[in-house]
Structures are given as C-alpha cells and as structure tokens.
Unconditional design. Sequence first.
Length: 312
Amino acid sequence: MIGAIVRLSRPFTLLAPALGMIAAALAALGWSGSELTGWSVRKIAIGALGALLLNVASNAVNQIYDIEVDRINKPARPLPAGDLSIRAAWVVCIATYAGAAFAAWCVNDLLLVIVLFTVLLTYAYSGPPFRTKRHWALSNLTIAIPRGFLLPLAGWAVIAGSPEAGLTGDALPTDVWAFAAASGLFVLGAASTKDFADLEGDEAGGCITLPLRFGIKRSVQVIAPSLVLPWVLLIGASLAGWMSGGNGSVVICGGALLVALGARAGYLLIRDPDALTDQSTHPAWVLMYLMMLVSQAVFALAYLFGPGGAPA
C-alpha cells in the first residue's frame, strides 16, 4: 500500500511547490533585511512541508474524481489499476489537506488564509459541484491561481505575515504581487500542455480542454506567448520600480534568461505540436519545468542580494 500511496502523491510534482515556498520566503527575508534565525528556518521548513502536503492532497482528490478518465488515459495509476481503494485515497487526501492547514496555522494567519483558499481551488478543479476542469478556461484558471499566483504570496507570507501586518497591509508589497502575476500568467498557459496527451479520456469524461476546444495547432499558438510574455512583463515591472526592494540586475538578467528559455520552449511546441499527444515527455515540458525552478531562484536571489538586505 505504501508504494501505491507514493504513486498517488506523484512525487515528481512536489518539488516545484516546496522550492517555490522556500524561494519566496527567502525573498521576503532579504526584502525585510532580517537575519536567517533558527525560528525563520523552522517557519520556512513548515511552510515548505505544508506546500508539499497540499500538493499531495490536490493530486489525490484529482485522481479520485478522475478515476474513469484515468482508466483510459493513465490506467497504471493506483486507483484504476486497483492497487489502492477509493477509501484509502480519501484518507490520504483528507489527512494531507488537514496537515497543510495545520502547518499554515503554526506559522501565521495570513498563510492560513492563503492555504485555505488554495484548498478550495484545488478541490473545485476536480470535485463536484464545481469540477472546473470540464471547461478549458476555468480549468487553466483554477490551476494557475494556486500553483502560479498564490504560491509566491504564500512563501512571502511565511516571513512577512504577522499579527501586526494583518491579513494584507504591509505584509505583501508590490514586489511579490509583480512576481506572482508573472508566475500565474506563465502557469495559465503552460498548464494546458498536460492536456494534449489526454484527449481521448478527457472527451469521454466531458472535460473540454483547450486542445479539444480549439484543436492541437491553434492551442499551441495560444499557449506559446504565455511562455515568454510573463518574463517580459517582469522585466518591465522591475524597470518601472515596482520591484524596487530587489536587485534589478538579477531580475532583468534572470528575466532575459527566462524569455530565452520560453522562446525555445514555444518554438519546440510550434515546430511539432502533434508530439504533445504522445504519452512520452515532450522536450518543451522539460524546459517549462526548468523555467518554473529558474524563476523561483531568480526571485530569491534578487532579494537576498537586493537593497533590502544581504545573505545572513
């Protein structure tokens, strides 16, 4: 059963949210000019654990409600393969949702509010009565908000959230909003690439994804700009002074690297869009995952080495 639970959690999807929490928390630490204390390390570790648990819960609830779709698209997953019962999957789901909320409660109220909203969105994507994954636009939106937009805010809140700052106030400056907007816009487009290999099962399950709605080639043309535009806007936000607490050179150089990676990923998608329908890993997917990790590193480094402070 342990092996089936591990497969249910999809371990390869857990790295980005955990690192995203850590990166944004380190950025907030640099922005505030605070030293890296034992308590801040513990808060960051708890926040990263919460992000990991939340992602496990999201994966579990998705597979519970997608079991019939997965019988067609991914029959080797533990639920359609019969290696794990629905009841056991619900136990994992509820336990990890609760664990994520408890971890946030241990840190501060602002993080708890963000996590609870994320719980709602991740359930709404898969579960009734919402099941937003049935509609191509709502599907991408309910992926992009928690995984792209809210993740940097949550990581920042680990350090900046406090009773004195309240639930908003000075806890979330324009710096983190600018990065969160870029990250969210990137995920809004990139999220659709996972749907191309699942056309048969999604159609049978009534999930009208972007490629089912617009076709493969047109969908790729819609996705490609979102791999580049967010990082152009991030550079613009830095030049406009909206990220004045960070190191502008790091943001601009890092943004330029992300633009180059995004352009390359977009080219690979447009060059061979039909390859996305294969179950094997498309080269552009590797680049997009790398882009997420690079963007998180850029965010952390820009503020650790920015005007707000220096590495402790």
